[in-house]
Design a protein around this ligand. Structure first.
Ligand code: NAD
Length: 377
């Protein structure tokens, strides 16, 4: 059976769905691997590297014979039309609000999987693309902030005088936020962080950052069974905003990462708050693609809001594409391995498998995921 690793067609996507390591693994699972020429270039993987581990370098035309297509982004209609009916397609599908595109994949007879719907259970940890990519985004957010900040992050005591350490405040201490904290600490900043999940308090402290939150009864009950944030009451949001407003005025850099699954990102930093920051301060909004945590943040841009540089880069993991591809390719191949029979070394898809059920969008000509138009159980 043939696995095709596509070259991404989106001009802003530097990642690729295959690494040297992942291709070795695919070969050992019994697949023939075809990599579209130039697919890895923007992740610093030349075609020759893929060839060395047994992949054949092909063209878009090879997509037609693939049993499995591995991609970073959801395929376009033209790409979908180039795949054979019955092919498996695995990508970051961005399914919310894109029901029409999902229906096209169903119509083309594809069995499609959305990696971001992978359940966050122990068995699937190595397939967890939200974590693998958010971790790098958290790191990159600090690097992006450091590049725009016209001062040093660490305290420097020199013969010519002392440069003070930057104060960095991280809002949302999930996967991205925790890595942002760790990175900021490594660069010598004085770091504080907030989150609405009580469990985050200890994690923040263990990374050496100060935890800032209104810790009332609502806060103590604010985590869902899945470990995600709940949308907080208006009253809580107001109390928290007052505390945050006071804190932000003393910060040099704010990095926001707050998301609530299936909801728009909560607005955490207002224009009023930005106004209280010193000129040349920085705000990085990692939630900009989901509506934004920072008022005035613009998707894909660095804008000046009352003297504060507000960074709203799109696809932040893609800004560190070589590392992101490495981890993403591993997530993909680990997932695909669960669909391969150990005895026959052939694809043996089990639609009842927990991971398949959670991530399958389309199968057998129909949308199968209940959240995107499939039949409810
Ligand atoms: P996320 O990307 O959905 O959100 C980022 C963070 O923003 C979360 O910590 C959330 O609590 C926080 N947030 C939401 N609203 C906020 C607000 N108003 N103010 C401040 N912070 C706010 O989260 P994530 O990074 O995907 O992690 C979510 C949870 O999943 C965590 O508990 C994490 O430990 C857990 N997780 C589990 C696994 C696993 O078991 N395999 C893997 C990864 C993450």
């Amino acid at each position: 059976e043939i696995v095709f690793i596509a070259k991404e067609t989106d001009a802003h996507e530097g990642r690729v769905a295959g690494s040297v390591e992942s291709i070795k693994k695919l070969k050992s699972l019994g697949f023939d691997v075809v990599v579209e020429a130039g697919a890895g270039l923007r992740s610093r993987i030349p075609d020759a590297e893929y060839e060395k581990v047994g992949a054949r370098i092909g063209s878009t035309a090879d997509a037609a014979s693939a049993d499995v297509v591995l991609k970073v982004r959801r395929p376009t209609n033209a790409e979908i039309a180039s795949y054979k009916s019955g092919a498996i397609v695995i990508a970051i599908m961005d399914p919310y609000g894109n029901e029409a595109a999902i229906a096209v994949m169903a119509g083309a007879g594809l069995t499609s999987f959305a990696m971001e719907l992978m359940p966050r259970i122990t068995r699937a940890q190595s397939m967890d693309v939200l974590s693998s990519q958010a971790n790098l985004a958290g790191y990159q957010a600090v690097i992006d902030a450091a590049c725009e900040y016209d001062r040093a992050l660490p305290m420097m005591m020199t013969a010519a005088g002392t440069v003070p350490a930057a104060k960095i405040f991280v809002m949302g201490a999930g996967v991205a936020g925790l890595q942002a904290i760790a990175t900021a600490r490594r660069l010598g900043a004085v770091v504080s962080a907030t989150d609405v999940r009580p469990a985050a308090k200890e994690q923040v402290a263990s990374l050496g950052a100060k935890f800032i939150a209104v810790e009332d009864e609502e806060f103590k009950a604010a985590e869902t069974a899945g470990g995600y944030a709940k949308e907080m009451s208006k009253e809580y949001q107001a109390k928290q905003a007052a505390l945050v407003a006071e804190h932000i005025a003393k910060q040099d850099i704010v990095i926001t990462t707050a998301l609530i699954p299936g909801r728009p990102a909560p607005r955490l930093v207002t224009r009023e708050m930005l106004k209280t920051m010193k000129p040349g301060s920085i705000a990085v909004d990692l939630a900009v693609e989901r509506g934004g945590n920072v008022e005035g943040a613009e998707a894909g841009k660095v804008v000046d809001v009352d003297g504060v540089k507000v960074i709203g880069h799109l696809n932040v993991p893609g800004r560190i594409a070589a590392s992101a591809s490495l981890l993403y390719a591993k997530n993909l191949v680990t997932f695909l391995e669960t669909m391969v029979s150990k005895e026959t070394k052939a694809l043996a898809l089990n639609m009842e498998d927990e991971l398949v059920k959670a991530t399958a969008l389309t199968h057998g000509g129909a949308v199968v995921h209940p959240a995107f138009g499939g039949a409810k159980e």
